[in-house]
Design a protein around this ligand. Structure first.
Ligand code: 2M8
Length: 433
């Protein structure tokens, strides 16, 4: 299946449905491929970096040549920016910072010589990406990165982000479209509903708001420092920042393998991130939440993101509280971990990021559990994830209640992470990362 989704050096998430290269998809694909074909996995990451901008930004999408799809390339028009690469079209925002993690994983699969050459090649690019994050997206130097669009967090329609988007000023034309239910018009603009039933996808309202937000951000060149305070959405996303904390550790390991040290400024930023995760902790609820950067308000809606700091080196007391939450029946379902707890008002077992269980977030939780020494629970989650795939194939996402597969049905990261989870140390080649 991964061969069918292969497009030269890189792998698309799902043929037709998602025809381009996505940042975190390619990282998950590389992590799985590293177990069986490390040179190909290395190529997957190299291909991702062909989209890197001169200022260090690693965009969340690199567009495939010759694929006709209405709209998406036009939202970005990357080639109008001096820092964007020539000869390839990209988006102008990023996605969860998994590349350093994936590079370290891929390196483990390569022989000693190609390993060092690969790490030498990627290290400066990874450093530039992390530096960009701290320079352009942590303007107050808090250690927490601010995202400017839900597409950056990867859990696109996750309830806390959608609630913030609903607070935005809505243009008149959009109110009209929604009031008159001009869904045929919206359907024409959408690509996903050609491949999966509407009930499994983002609602038209959420989809339109995301487009409006992208259009508004484009007027400020997608630069956080230029965004108008009252017409933007700025969030310190917990999933993104938790992954960044693990990625910073992977980056330090890569530096160590090359006999180098991280630049002291970057090392200081990395230390701040781990400490700053504490500010996103709500002790009453026992959850980590994302935070509105402008108002400082925690977005108190539990999602699977709350478990990602398990892999970020958080204090043991926090781990204990998270384990309590994880074992509750609204979360430890027949097929955990649902993207939204099953008793939440937003829960919908087949709709995209509003309830289904996803292989990539499960993989991240498995990694976190192993890092915390919780191997029994990690094994259990690993086994249930594999059971999902066994029953329903390499679906994009699954019902946490019945295990039925939804969305795309030949989805690359589900297949790739299955390869990793099938290994005896399932989901943790090197639990020290
Ligand atoms: C979904 O997001 C893209 C936009 O980036 C989309 O809806 O078209 C998300 O699930 C995201 O996490 C994922 O990387 C992407 C491709 O699989 O699809």
């Amino acid at each position: 299946m991964l061969d069918r989704n292969r497009r030269g050096d890189w792998t698309c998430p799902a043929a037709g449905f998602y025809p381009h290269q996505w940042l975190w998809d390619s990282c998950f694909v590389a992590i799985g491929l590293a177990r069986v074909d490390a040179p190909r996995a290395a190529g997957e990451l190299r291909a991702l970096f062909r989209g890197q901008w001169a200022d260090g930004l690693l965009p969340h999408m690199v567009f495939a040549e010759g694929v006709r799809d209405l709209g998406s390339r036009r939202i970005w028009r990357s080639t109008t920016y001096p820092d964007a690469p020539r000869g390839v079209h990209t988006s102008c925002i990023t996605q969860p910072p998994l590349p350093a993690i994936a590079a370290w994983e891929v390196a483990q699969g390569l022989g000693p010589e190609p390993r060092l050459a690969f790490l030498e090649e990627l290290f400066p690019k990874l450093v530039r990406y992390h530096e960009w994050l701290y320079r352009d997206r942590d303007l107050r130097q808090t250690g927490l990165i601010t995202l400017i669009h839900p597409w950056e967090c990867g859990l696109d329609t996750t309830p806390p982000w959608m609630r913030e988007l609903r607070r935005m000023r809505t243009p008149g034309w959009m109110r009209l479209v929604l009031r008159l239910r001009l869904t045929r018009l919206v359907g024409f603009l959408r690509r996903d509903t050609r491949f999966a039933p509407k009930a499994e996808r983002a609602s038209d309202a959420d989809g339109l708001r995301m487009l409006v937000l992208a259009d508004r951000a484009s007027r400020s060149g997608f630069e956080l420092r230029r965004l108008p305070a009252d017409d933007s959405v700025q969030i310190e996303d917990i999933a993104f920042n938790a992954i960044l904390a693990s990625a910073n550790r992977a980056l330090a390991q890569i530096a160590g393998a090359l006999g180098r040290e991280l630049d002291e400024r970057l090392a200081a930023c990395a230390r701040r991130t781990v400490d700053a995760l504490e500010q996103l902790w709500d002790d009453d609820a026992g959850h980590y939440y994302s935070r509105n950067t402008q108002t400082g308000e925690l977005l108190r809606m539990p999602t699977v993101s709350t478990y990602l700091p398990l892999w970020s080196g958080i204090p043991r007391a926090r781990v204990e509280r998270l384990l309590e939450q994880l074992r509750r029946p609204n979360t430890w379902t027949r097929f955990p971990v649902p993207s939204v707890p099953t008793d939440g008002p937003q829960f919908d077992d087949d709709r995209y990021w509003k309830g289904p269980t996803w292989a990539n977030t499960n993989w991240l939780v498995v990694r976190g559990l192993r890092d915390c020494g919780e191997s029994a629970l990690a094994d259990e989650l690993c086994a249930r994830t594999l059971e999902l795939v066994d029953r329903s194939g390499f679906a994009e996402y699954f019902s946490p209640l019945t295990g039925q597969g939804y969305g795309a049905h030949e989805f690359s990261w589900t297949a790739a992470l299955t390869i990793d989870l099938l290994e005896p140390d399932g989901g943790a080649r090197d639990s020290t990362v």
